[in-house]
Design a protein around this ligand. Structure first.
Ligand SMILES: [Zn+2]
Length: 587
């Protein structure tokens, strides 16, 4: 009875509001002041690759630009974390872009073992013979990359499809797996960086205006520059040398870092491009390219809502090399803060303060360098994956399996050779031998089987839930390794030296906890402590833009939406049929 009454009441309120909205005179007639738009003119997505959630807490007092503005003028979600195990770049960007978990969007790793092809494939590798990568400024890149493996559309694609089609979609990153997943299956421009050049691919097409910036912002323009500390010496949290760091070729463990290639060569070499990608200069180039796109395309000034995304990759390269406890991380964030300050000033001027909405997040965090963590006395170390492969092969020797039984171990995922896992499922002794052998290896906390994860089972185990949220049938492995806390999975071949400092990719908070900051159109500033996930960003954008996403993995961050934005929804419902969808709701 109560339920029926409530439904009836809700229905009448909606009816009354609808009639009132239809009867009301146009708002412009009632007030001379130009009203805020009913939808944002521009949606801006910023993803800082490998930015841990706690970087904001630690370094905020040193920031004066865009990062500070996001915290002070925006909504800061302080307990945002990925609810899945595969904390990698392609996975995180796809999750932010679609509002879905990898169990839904299917981008389960940066690269996975393709059972049909019997080889590793990257998340963006497109086998369609008609697809080719295209280089700006006369370059000829290799490969063919698209977002075709992403199983659901991006927020940006849905926005363009569900509104008048006036939306322009423009993305930039150093990485294809960031630029493409943020854009979606098609876009007006999705631009990334490959072997010294800015590139895109055929389904995205080239934009003439990018030719000039591609030349002027060619990475080689920064050749000969030096990355020095930008804050006073006393401002840095950590010592001169990060313990266990592995800097790129041509750099020492201490500042300054010269951008001059392997050994001060006269022309940019491959070592130089690696140095450049690991420097603040690459962040600045990405920011300036985005600003030029705003100018050339007049983003935020059309009849629809435009979409601009930037994937800031350098923090990830620096983090892999120097670790989270380094002056390099602190300094590159201080400089990114300035770049973002410039970007927001540019948007204020060209789109209008309050006319655009920004979200900033990260695709994953990072674990401290194991050697550094060990100094605390904590149990930390390297989980050597080639050793795991040897142990599994050895465990199966008494059971008459063809060798090699393991096709590939990549990240947490163990893929068996064709037919082997099906055989193991019917041979309990052999399966037990494999599990026992894996669990006997130092650094392994647990091993899960694919059938435990399928269809996202109800479970009290946070790790099974996390692995299930990133399990996609056909693409994910057969077995899944959970390392102990602070144990880094390492694929370096036996006898070779590790070529990086640290990494990420497990369901622990240091990899899952990232910032989520929203600012601008429709956003209620403040600090929010309820647990959320970065999959909530796209549904929140969707609510602000009045569209529907296919997946319900993410949720609208309703607490961070302004009440006035919510109150506009009835007048949109009441849009007269004669008004085309592209017309602004408020005259
Ligand atoms: Zn990443």
């Amino acid at each position: 009875m109560m339920f029926a009454a409530a439904v009836y009441l809700a229905g009448s309120i909606l009816l009354v509001q609808t009639i009132a909205a239809q009867a009301a005179p146009p708002r412009a007639a009632a007030s001379k002041a130009s009203p805020a738009p009913a939808k944002p003119k521009l949606v801006v997505l910023l993803v800082v690759d490998q930015m841990r959630g706690d970087y904001v807490d630690k370094f905020l007092p040193q920031w004066t630009g865009g990062l500070k503005r996001l915290v002070e003028e925006g909504a800061w979600f302080r307990d945002a974390a990925y609810p899945y195990a595969a904390t990698e770049t392609c996975v995180g960007h796809s999750t932010i872009s679609t509002g879905a978990f990898p169990a839904t969007h299917g981008m389960v790793a940066n690269a996975w073992w393709d059972r049909k092809e019997q080889k590793m494939v990257t998340c963006t590798a497109d086998p369609d013979p008609n697809v080719k990568n295209i280089g700006y400024a006369g370059t000829t890149p290799k490969g063919a990359d698209t977002a075709w493996r992403m199983a659901v559309p991006s927020f940006a694609e849905e926005l363009k499809f569900q509104t008048s089609g006036a939306t322009r979609i423009v993305t930039f990153s150093l990485k294809a797996r960031a630029a493409l997943t943020m854009a979606g299956h098609k876009a007006d421009a999705a631009t990334w960086f490959d072997s010294g050049a800015w590139v895109t691919s055929t389904p995205y097409g080239t934009l003439p205006f990018l030719e000039d910036p591609a030349k002027s912002h060619a990475a080689k323009a920064d050749f000969g520059k030096t990355w020095s500390l930008s804050l006073p010496e006393s401002a840095y949290w950590y010592g001169e040398k990060a313990l266990g760091a592995v800097p790129p070729a041509g750099w020492e463990l201490t500042f300054p870092h010269p951008l001059r290639g392997k050994s001060s060569v006269s022309e940019p070499d491959s070592a130089y491009f690696e140095q450049w990608a690991s420097s603040p200069y690459a962040d600045t180039a990405l920011t300036e390219l985005a600003e030029e796109a705003v100018d050339a395309l007049k983003l935020g000034n059309s009849t629809g809502t435009d979409f601009l995304a930037i994937g800031y990759s350098p923090v990830d390269y620096v983090g892999h090399e120097f670790g989270p406890r380094s002056r390099e991380i602190q300094d590159i964030l201080a400089r990114l803060d300035k770049d973002l300050g410039n970007l927001f000033a540019h948007l204020d001027e060209n789109v209008g303060r309050g006319n655009y909405v920004v979200a900033l997040s990260a695709d994953h965090g990072v674990v401290p360098i194991p050697e550094d963590m060990q100094t605390t006395g904590a149990d930390a170390g390297l989980l050597h994956l080639p050793e795991l492969q040897d142990r599994i092969e050895k465990a199966l020797e008494p059971f008459n399996f063809a060798k090699p039984a393991v096709a590939r171990i990549t990240g947490s995922d163990v893929y068996f050779a064709l037919g082997v896992y099906e055989k193991l499922l019917h041979d309990h002794a052999a399966m037990q031998a494999v599990l026992d052998a894996a669990l006997a290896q130092p650094g392994i906390a647990a091993v899960y089987r694919a059938e435990e994860l399928r269809d996202r089972p109800a479970t009290q185990s946070p790790t099974i839930r996390a692995f299930a949220n990133s399990y996609f049938p056909g693409r994910s492995g057969d077995l899944f390794i959970l390392p102990k806390h602070y144990w880094l999975m390492d694929s370096t071949p036996t006898g070779k030296q590790r070529s990086y400092g640290t990494g990420h990719g497990v369901p622990y908070n240091y990899d899952q906890h990232v910032p989520v900051l929203l600012m601008g159109f429709g956003i209620q500033p403040g600090q929010y402590f309820q647990p959320i996930t970065p999959a909530d960003i796209a549904p929140t954008f969707a609510a602000l833009c009045g569209i529907t996403l296919a997946s319900r993995d993410g949720h609208v961050l309703a607490e961070a939406l302004k009440k006035s934005a919510e109150a506009r929804i009835p007048s949109q419902l009441a849009r007269p049929k004669s008004v085309p969808a592209s017309a602004p709701t408020n005259p």
